[in-house]
Ligand binder design. Structure first.
Ligand code: SF4
Length: 234
């Protein structure tokens, strides 16, 4: 497996035009169904958000850290008073129904993101992802993938590195204007680079940290934090 640094170099050289070609060939138009902002059956909505994105959302929505993000639940134990243990990274906070805390429905049941202009990269790029090791995949199952230009010319398809993946979404397959595909492609590249920078930051700053019973410690690229985003000092 390639090092994260090699993956980051690959992400930095991704060709936005080729990404836009792949997005255009799959096709996408948001139908505003809200499926990517809500939980599913037993599973709460889970979408990775970077620490600086949490602060941007805090600033634009005037919410506390805990109202924007929650510790990524994977690996946490069920304690008497809720999750406890050590985890990596943050997920967008959820409401009592397991939906994203920024998703609100009007009286007619039409949903919208109240942080739309400041929504994190994972939301701006859904339902697409780039299949590089070290990048995160959104919740939905992969339903399509397209190789990038050079790979296509070489006859490579499927699970080749660098493919653009599409995750389940009712808006897939619809015509997308070129300008929108290019905007999405640029955001997709930015997200792949940011995810790898974050993964390298977590690896380099990680230090095992004692966790009190009933507490959660979150390791992100800035170090260890409490569940309310406060840094844990040495
Ligand atoms: S931040 Fe907005 S776009 Fe992202 S999951 Fe929440 S409601 Fe949806």
């Amino acid at each position: 497996m390639q090092s994260l640094e090699a993956e980051l170099e690959q992400a930095r050289t991704l060709d936005v035009d080729a990404l836009a070609d792949a997005i255009e060939s799959i096709g996408f138009e948001c139908t505003r169904c809200g499926a990517c902002c809500t939980g599913e059956a037993e599973d709460d909505h889970t979408a990775t958000v970077f620490p600086d994105e949490v602060r941007e959302l805090q600033a634009s929505t005037e919410r506390d850290w805990r109202d924007v993000a929650r510790p990524m639940p994977y690996g946490l134990a069920d304690g008497e008073d809720g999750p406890e243990g050590e985890t990596f990274e943050w997920a967008l906070q959820t409401d009592g129904c397991g939906d994203c805390a920024f998703y609100e429905e009007d009286d007619d049941g039409v949903g919208a993101c109240v942080a739309h202009d400041d929504r994190p990269l994972i939301c701006r790029t859904y339902p697409f992802s780039v299949a590089l090791a070290g990048t995160s995949q959104p919740m939905g199952e992969v339903v399509d993938s397209v190789a990038l230009g050079a790979q296509q010319e070489a006859g490579e398809t499927g699970d080749e590195e660098g493919v653009v993946r599409a995750h389940e979404c009712e808006g897939l397959g619809r015509d997308i204007p070129r300008a929108d595909a290019e905007d999405l492609a640029a955001a997709l590249k930015e997200r792949a680079v940011r995810e790898l920078e974050e993964a390298i930051g977590v690896r380099d700053t990680y230090e095992p940290t004692p966790v009190e019973s009933g507490e959660v410690v979150v390791h992100d690229s800035e170090g260890a934090k409490q569940a309310d985003g406060t840094p844990i000092e040495d």
